[in-house]
Design a binder for this molecule. Structure first.
Ligand code: SAH
Length: 397
């Protein structure tokens, strides 16, 4: 096994915090040969062993630790254990037991950097985003099949970050094949189709499960505006919760069409209360303002404006813009449910942006709840970057 030897003092985050990432700037030299994804032994400058990691020569994250136990073998059995442990952790949580849509592996937070696995009914969809994860794909998939008994595994490794790792995109069936009918799940009592082949990420945003339920509990009698609705997960919960009206906006035609199809899958929901608008949210909110249109409850769940800290400034402007408009469009006593899924925007900064937006909109407002991802999207304490989704429920005067 090749050895990756760190520069003096650069072992701290691995040694003291077990942080799984090693940046290029921490690396002194590589002794021996290692190809992308190969397991290397990581040593401090004084040659103290720190653990074993996947080497990624093309990425700024030069290595990702598999283990901080310098003796642990990284082999098929290792991945079987890690995958089984991730699945067992979810089964141990009553709120997750029996969920038809479930994140089984949440990458670094489950000790498997670069590995995402989502289960939708009997289908597991995986996304591998690092050279190390790609290298061990067979062991990971075998572990998933064993731990879940799923008959179908589909790969959606087409995320942009693969390019940073020097990996081509890879999609298609790894086990089983497509059914004739669309794949559906029931989430909080609502039926939803999941387009795992063409949809975003692995097809659905499972991380918002609990927050959708909360929206349903708040929606009775309200005029709801769901911005960035994707396939209408929030909208359907609002309808189920007795909303007076729900207007769903997205710039993606296919996402809106899927949202409407999802509503049709739930004939007990009052379809006549749902409106759909294909539009740019930034523009639509301005148009509502001009038209004097107001809402009681607004959801803002935009895409990642800041994939990394480098984009934080422009992203902050975009978050401020939509939230300021959101505040202006609320009836007295209205609620704003607002999110950021940008890794580059921390909770503190997000709250500051929302505070400025409320101030500039001339609204007195208070946080009713802080919101986060569901329990199947845990945040390992040694990996604070895992906290990408943060939300606030804010009530205005
Ligand atoms: N709230 C959704 C997930 C949102 S993902 C859910 O619960 O499933 C972000 C969505 O924003 C995507 O569907 C994308 O098509 C849409 N989007 C991105 N930029 C947009 C814009 N400027 N205006 C409207 N929609 C946009």
């Amino acid at each position: 096994m090749a050895q990756l030897i760190l520069l003096p003092g650069k072992e701290r985050s691995a040694f003291k915090q077990h942080h799984p990432w090693l940046f290029a700037g921490a690396v002194g030299r590589l002794e021996g040969r290692a190809r992308p994804g190969d397991t290397v032994e990581v040593l401090a400058d004084n040659l103290r062993p720190l653990g074993r990691a996947a080497y990624s020569p093309k990425s700024q994250i030069r290595a990702r630790f598999w283990t901080f136990d310098a003796e642990e073998s990284v082999d098929d059995a290792f991945f079987k254990r890690r995958v089984a442990a991730a699945v067992a952790r979810r089964q141990a949580l009553p709120e997750l037991r029996g969920q038809q849509g479930l994140r089984l592996i949440h990458a670094e937070s489950d000790g498997l950097p670069g590995v995402i696995a989502d289960q939708y009914g009997d289908t597991v969809v995986i996304q591998l985003t690092s050279a190390g994860a790609d290298k061990w794909r067979h062991a990971i998939v075998a572990g998933l099949i064993k731990a879940t008994g799923c008959a179908r595994v589909y790969e959606r490794s087409d995320s942009d970050v693969r390019r940073l790792e020097g990996l081509e995109s890879a999609t298609g069936w790894l086990l089983g094949e497509a059914r004739d009918e669309p794949l559906t799940i029931v989430e909080n009592g609502v039926k939803l189709a999941v387009d795992f082949a063409e949809g975003h990420k692995t097809g659905f945003y499972l991380d918002q499960r609990d927050n959708r339920l909360l929206l349903g509990q708040l929606a009775a009698g309200k005029d709801v505006l769901n911005c960035f609705c994707y396939t209408a997960g929030f909208s359907l919960q609002a309808l189920a919760g007795g909303a007076a009206s729900v207007l769903s906006i997205d710039s993606s035609g296919p996402a809106l069409a899927q949202g409407q199809a999802n509503l049709a899958l739930n004939p007990e929901l009052p379809a006549e209360r749902a409106q759909w608008q294909e539009a740019d949210v930034f523009q639509a909110l301005r148009d509502f303002r001009k038209a004097g249109r107001l809402f009681d409850l607004i959801v803002l769940d935009p895409p990642k404006f800041a994939p990394s800290a480098a984009h934080a400034e422009s992203a902050a402007r975009a978050y401020k813009d939509i939230n300021l408009l959101g505040f202006r469009l609320l009836n007295p006593g209205g609620l704003l449910m607002t999110y950021s899924c940008s890794g580059g925007i921390g909770l503190e900064l997000f709250q500051k942006i929302i505070a400025e937006a409320a101030h500039d909109a001339g609204r007195q407002a208070r946080i009713i709840r802080r919101l986060a991802g569901a329990a199947d999207h845990p945040i390992a304490l040694n990996f604070p970057e895992g906290e990408y989704l943060k939300g606030l429920l804010v009530q205005v005067d």
